[in-house]
Design a protein around this ligand. Sequence first.
Ligand SMILES: CC(C)(COP(=O)(O)OP(=O)(O)OC[C@H]1O[C@@H](n2cnc3c(N)ncnc32)[C@H](O)[C@@H]1OP(=O)(O)O)[C@@H](O)C(=O)NCCC(=O)NCCS
Length: 166
Amino acid sequence: MVPSYENFGGKVHGGVVLSLMDKIAYACAASHSKCYCVTASVDKVDFLNPVEVGEILTLYSSVNYTGKSSMEIGIRVVSENFKTGAIRHTNTSYFTMVALNPETKTPESIPGLLLESDEEVRRFLEGRLRRKVRKLQRHDLDRARQEIDYEVDDDSLAGENCKVAK
Ligand SMILES: CC(C)(COP(=O)(O)OP(=O)(O)OC[C@H]1O[C@@H](n2cnc3c(N)ncnc32)[C@H](O)[C@@H]1OP(=O)(O)O)[C@@H](O)C(=O)NCCC(=O)NCCS
């Protein structure tokens, strides 16, 4: 992690880590599908530990789940301070990448995974579960948004850290 990646707090900028994760997700998805791929979605990313300038960052990735044209790529990021030998888990996230036909730019069928170990079966089943949960969350959020009452005043927002100026 070079000094130009530093943020105002002296740590590596979170955006740099996200950008690296996106690149690795692309490499992993394109390598599996042998296709051009786009990022369709990124799951929640928790920054568990800061990354220091001068550390070595290693990103581990795997194709966890394959749909018809989409893949869930799991990414684990680990930082290493090579002076002290300290190794820290900094983030894990799941990227959904979609393979596109180079001419039509529409989703293209991809090869399915060959699950060769219990670990790969576990990843596949958990990836399938997360795909289902993502769809349910999108649906639930859309429905919940329709139920919001946007006519608010200070009383109805009591306990929240804001004031209504109008
Ligand atoms: C991702 C994209 C190709 C999907 O196109 P679409 O016409 O909605 O395609 P479909 O509805 O046929 O879905 C295709 C696959 O993508 C998946 N998908 C689509 N939107 C998704 C989303 N928001 N999150 C997760 N998966 C998604 C579908 O589940 C489907 O998977 P499957 O084929 O394995 O069953 C299209 O939305 C797109 O091009 N988005 C922009 C991507 C981009 O530019 N990324 C870089 C941002 S800087």
